[in-house]
Design a protein around this ligand. Structure first.
Ligand code: UTP
Length: 276
C-alpha cells in the first residue's frame, strides 16, 4: 500500500564546510556507514523499498554508493575484507533506486516537489538522512512506526519530538489536538518560529509520510522563511483542508546536520551498536 520513500539530498550542507565542499553531507560516515545508508536501511525495514533520491550537483557519490563498484569488489572477492560490504549489499539486494535532480536549491518543499516524478500518485515516506533516528534492538524503526499509523489514519504524518524552548527556532513547530498518547491532529504549524511565536515545543524532525495531493499544494506554495519553499507551509495548507497528524516517535534522534549532533551520534553508535 505504501512502498516508496523519497530522500531529498540536494542541500549544500554549509554547516559542515569545508568537509562538504566536494562531498555530499549525506555521505558523512557515522563510524563506518554513511548517513544516507542508515536512512535507506530504516526505509527498507519499514517496507518502503522503492527509494527515490532528489540529488543535485556534486552528489554523484550517493548514486555510486548504491551501485556496484566492480574493481573494488573483484579485488576483495574471496578475502576476509568482503564482509565489510555485507550491509550495503543487503540494501542493494532489497531496494530499487531511482534518481532525479533539483537544479536550484530552493528549499525542502521544492526538493520534495522535484520528487513528484519518482513518487507518482501514491502516498510515500520522506527521510532527511541528516536526522539519524535509532531505536532499541528489537524495536521498530521510526518510519515503520509511522507506516503503521498511516494504515490507520490514511493522511500525512510528521514525526515530532519535544525540544527545549530555546531550540524551537531551528524547527517547524506544531500546535495540535491530542488524539491519543503521542499523536496529535495538527491545527497550526510555523517554520522556525521565535520563542514568542512558537505554538508549542513540539518540533518536526526529518521523517514524514505524505499523501500525493501535497504536490499540487507545493506547486502553489510561495517561498516562505529564508526565501525557500517550505514543506511546513504546504503541510499547514493540507491540515486546513483535511488532516495532518503529528507523531511523537519512540526512539532517539541525532541532528547530524550539526557538528554537535554528528559527534553525539558517532559516540552513541560506536559505544552501543558497532561491534555488537
Ligand atoms: P538542511 O537544511 O538540513 O540541509 O535540509 P542543508 O541546507 O544541506 O544544510 P545546511 O543548513 O546548509 O548546513 C534537510 C535536508 O533537505 C535537503 C538536504 O540535502 C538535507 O538532506 N535539501 C534541503 C534539499 O534536498 N534541497 C534543498 O533545497 C534544501
Amino acid at each position: 500500500m505504501i512502498k516508496k520513500c523519497l530522500f531529498p539530498v540536494a542541500g549544500y550542507g554549509t554547516r559542515f564546510l569545508p568537509a562538504t565542499k566536494s562531498m555530499p553531507k549525506e555521505m558523512l560516515p557515522i563510524v563506518n556507514k554513511p548517513l544516507v545508508q542508515y536512512g535507506v536501511e530504516e526505509s527498507i525495514d519499514a517496507g518502503l523499498s522503492e527509494v527515490g533520491f532528489v540529488t543535485g550537483r556534486g552528489k554523484r557519490a550517493i548514486s555510486d554508493h548504491f551501485d556496484l563498484n566492480y574493481e573494488l569488489e573483484s579485488e576483495i572477492a574471496g578475502t576476509s575484507k568482503e564482509e565489510y560490504l555485507t550491509s550495503i549489499r543487503d540494501v542493494m539486494n532489497q531496494g530499487q533506486f531511482s534518481f532525479t535532480r533539483q537544479t536550484s536549491m530552493k528549499g525542502l518543499g521544492d526538493a520534495i516537489l522535484n520528487g513528484k516524478r519518482l513518487m507518482g500518485d501514491e502516498p510515500f515516506g520522506v527521510v532527511l538522512s541528516d536526522d539519524l533516528c535509532l531505536t532499541e534492538a528489537g524495536e521498530e524503526g521510526v518510519l515503520a512506526q509511522m507506516v503503521k499509523l498511516f494504515k490507520q489514519f490514511r493522511c500525512s504524518i510528521v514525526a515530532i519530538q519535544e525540544v527545549p524552548e530555546d531550540q524551537v527556532s531551528k524547527f517547524g513547530v506544531i500546535a495540535g489536538d491530542k488524539i491519543k498518547d503521542n499523536l496529535y491532529q495538527i491545527t497550526d504549524m510555523i517554520e522556525k518560529p521565535s520563542i514568542e511565536e512558537a505554538p508549542s515545543n513540539l518540533a518536526i524532525i526529518g521523517r514524514y509520510i505524505l499523501t500525493p495531493d501535497i504536490f499540487d499544494i507545493l506547486e502553489k506554495t510561495a517561498p516562505g522563511k529564508n526565501g525557500e519553499i517550505q514543506i511546513t507551509d504546504a503541510l499547514l495548507e493540507q491540515a486546513k483542508n483535511g488532516c495532518v497528524m503529528a507523531y511523537k516517535f519512540k526512539g532517539r534522534r541525532f541532528d547530524c546536520g550539526s557538528v554537535d549532533g554528528f559527534v553525539d551520534a558517532t559516540n552513541y553508535v560506536f559505544n552501543h551498536l558497532y561491534n555488537q
